[in-house]
Design a protein. Sequence first.
Lengths: 184, 94
Amino acid sequence: MITLEQVRRRAESDAKTYGYYLHPDPVFLNDLLEGLKRNEERYGYPFCPCRLATGKFELDRDIICPCDYRDPDVQEYGACYCALYVRKDLYEGKTPILPVPERRPMEKQIRAYGIASVEPSAEKPVEKIEVTPQESAAEIKLKLWYCKQCGYVVFREEPPYICPICKAKRELFAQIEIRVDAHG
Amino acid sequence: MDVVKVSGKNTTHKVLIYAISTCAWCKMAKDFLKDNHIEYEYVDVDLCNDEDKAKISQDILKKGGRLSYPAIIIDDKILINGFRKDKITEALEI
C-alpha cells in the first residue's frame, strides 16, 4: 500500500522536474495528497482528487495525476485544476490561487459518466449532448503521435496539449500513420 | 443516494453541494458554509452508485452547470461551479 509520504515525494519530484511548486497551504496540500492516496488505493491509479472518475483506466487516463490538463492550466491560470501544482508567483502569494475552470472536454466527461442525453432546462439552455451508451472504453481509438520539434512519441487518443519533453504546443504534433503493404 | 445534512442557524436558503469526498476545494466549500452557520446538505458523488452519478450529472447539466465540483445549488436554481467565495457570498446574502 502506498504511503502519504510516497505520494508527497512523487508530487515534489514531479513539480521540481517541471519547474512548478506544490500548493503553499500545508493543510490544503495534505488534503490533496490524501485524496490522491485514497484514489490510488480504491482504483489502482492516482487520478485527480477533485474530479469524478469511473474506475475504468481508459476512460480516466486523461485525469490521472499529473493530468493532461495540468500544463496548459498552469500556463494560463498559474495552477492546475485541483491546485496541487502552482506557478512560482502563486506559491509566493503574489497572485491569489483561485478555482480553475474545467478544461477537460465535455464529451470526455459525458462519455465517462455514461449519460445518454441531456434535456436542457427552459431557463438555462445548454447545448444538447448525446452519447450512445454503446460508446465505451473499448471503442477509444488510440493513435500514435509524434512531436515534430523533439521527436517525442505518444500513443493516446489525442496528442498532448504541451509536449512533456520540449514544451512544444499541440499544433506541433502530427499523427504517425502506419501502413502495411503486402507483396508477393 | 446518501444526502448528508449539516445543521446551521442560517436556514434562509436551501443549499445543496454536489461534492467529491477527496476534493480539497469541496472541503473548503463545506467548511466555509459551516463557519458561516449556513444549513446545507451535501452528496459525495464519488461514493454514489453509477445510476445516481448519472442522475447527478444530468441535474447539474440541466441547471446550466458544468461537471466540475463542488457544484453548489442554491434554492434549486442557482448553480455555482467551484468554490467561488464571491458568488456564494452574494447568492446567500452573507
